[in-house]
Design a protein around this ligand. Structure first.
Ligand code: NAP
Length: 260
């Protein structure tokens, strides 16, 4: 056995990162010291098992320095599939510091029979197309990207209902840009009711994947609504990746075994 517990840094901000921290603490106990890093975008993040560190590292070099200074042994990048920078920074930093790294990224959604998806490559494309496609739009792209939609819809006959965890970072409410502050998961009955209650005629979303927010796609399919679907950012970071938390826990188990 090594003298000190193995140290794991999880780059978090997702439900998978939270489940991973829970699972790692439960499965490996005192043999693994778990810290989750959060960017600090959400004012009141959900509870996390293990230690939590909030704030950026200062780019790939800053993260590499942190990995060395804190003697991090293993790194799992469980940031969101739409995090553009961190997966690449994590790849560079882990290589520079000689720390084994895994990317945990949930599988994307795929269209099913009856779906009316219009797939676009970027948020900017989606925002530009939204006013022509919908009059009453449910916008579920997260707080950071909402402003570009509010700008694109300004002065047009389109009302945006923007669902986000908190108002922090959202453009202010106006008669045509409404906030809907909710934290998932969202079930199918609630999603059906939401679409009906607000007379939604277009759903705009990123292809985040995962079960917690998939019910809106089923509800849109049932209602015959078009979905403007934003594809994942490219290129993806290089290196090993898994889609499920249990596979990440198995990767950890193998790494811990190898360190014995
Ligand atoms: P990003 O573009 O990849 O990252 C921007 C900067 O934020 C990074 O360069 C880094 O700053 C800092 N950062 C990002 N993730 C971090 C983490 N887990 N711990 C510490 N610092 C972090 O990411 P983003 O899209 O802004 O997302 C920020 C956070 O929100 C991430 O934790 C992500 O998982 C979560 N999130 C994002 C989305 C989305 O759609 N983008 C959705 C849900 C949750 P430094 O360079 O200074 O280290």
């Amino acid at each position: 056995m090594t003298a000190r517990p193995t140290s794991l840094l999880i780059l978090g901000g997702t439900g998978e990162a939270r489940d991973l921290a829970d699972g790692a603490v439960a499965r490996f106990g005192d043999g693994l010291a778990v810290t989750t890093a959060l960017a600090g975008r959400t004012k009141a993040p959900a509870r996390l098992a293990g230690a939590v560190r909030v704030g950026g590292f200062g780019g790939a070099n800053g993260l590499a320095r942190y990995l060395r200074d804190e003697a991090v042994d293993l790194l799992i990048d469980a940031t969101h599939p739409f995090a553009r920078t961190m997966p690449h920074n994590a790849a560079r930093a882990a290589e520079a510091a000689g720390v084994p790294r895994l990317r945990l990224e949930r599988a994307p959604w795929h269209p099913e029979p009856g779906d009316r998806w219009i797939t676009v490559e970027t948020t900017t494309d989606a925002a530009a197309r939204t006013p022509a496609l919908g009059r009453r739009v449910l916008l579920t792209v997260g707080g950071q990207e909402a402003a570009v939609f509010a700008d694109a819809a300004s002065g047009r006959a389109t009302t945006l209902l923007c669902r986000a965890i908190e108002a922090e970072g959202l453009p202010p409410e106006t008669p045509v840009f409404r906030h809907l502050l909710r934290r998932g998961p969202f079930d199918l009955a609630a999603e059906r009711a939401l679409l009906t209650e607000h007379g939604i005629d277009l759903l705009v979303t990123k292809n985040s994947g995962g079960a917690a927010t998939a019910a809106k796609l089923t509800a849109a399919r049932e209602a015959g609504l078009p979905v403007l679907m934003i594809d994942r950012p490219r290129p993806a970071a290089p290196g090993p990746r898994v889609e499920r938390v249990d596979a990440a826990l198995d990767w950890l188990a193998k790494r811990l075994e190898a360190r014995r």
